[in-house]
Design a protein. Sequence first.
Length: 281
Amino acid sequence: MSETPDAPACLGELRTDAQREAFARAQKRRRNEWKRFWKAGVRAFEAGEYERAQFCFADAAREARRFGETDARFATCLNNLAMTFDMLGETAQAEAVYRRAIEADAKALEIGYGGFVTSLTNLAQMLADDDRIAEAVKLYDRAIAFLEALHGHDTLHIAPLLSEMARMCDQDGDYAQAEMALRRALAIREQAHGPDDLSVAVTLNNLAVSCDLRGKYDEAQALLERALEIFERQLGERHAKVAEALKNLGVLHDRQGRRLQAEACFARARAIRESQGAGAG
């Protein structure tokens, strides 16, 4: 399909009211066409029909491109198309389309940050799944820097990205960078939500694991005990998050030869999991 419409390029060339009305109707149909393909792609994707979704999103991207390659609609369609390639195992094509979506978003700050950051993090996740951790972390750094420029250095928007980047760094054995990212995420969440928020407890738990991996056992224990206290107070003493913190605390005690304390933590964690299993049955 040609990307250049057959109709006159501007309204000034349209001599009659009928021509102008016909042109306006054609433009409206074109504006809606991309959305029709995009919605069909979303339905197919959600149904697990990834090949059909791929064709729909490709058609949507073709139509959305008429708005310009820096238009948010075009970048959105590209991002969805890349996701379908990824689900179909066509990772090389997915990476190429993700990168194209990123560049489309980066050229158009007026469309907002959402699509740009989503494209960056989606590509990062795909690269991490392919064991390309260093490249993935660079993309998270780029997303974080973008959000900082928009919202400030301590914006809450970057806390989830810092936590996910830390998980990737742990996976890659870069425990120092993981710890640094988690400390920053913790400070941001404490400032935004206070010291007793559940998001703070989750970050404390993750930071404790990083400290443990770096041999900072005393600090790891203090972090885990604080996380455990928040989970118990906010969720109750028999919640899965309490069991998780107890298990981590038990591992830490065991590693330092404190067998009795470790077994007490493990036993309590087991009891919580067993009670949940009984409740589900």
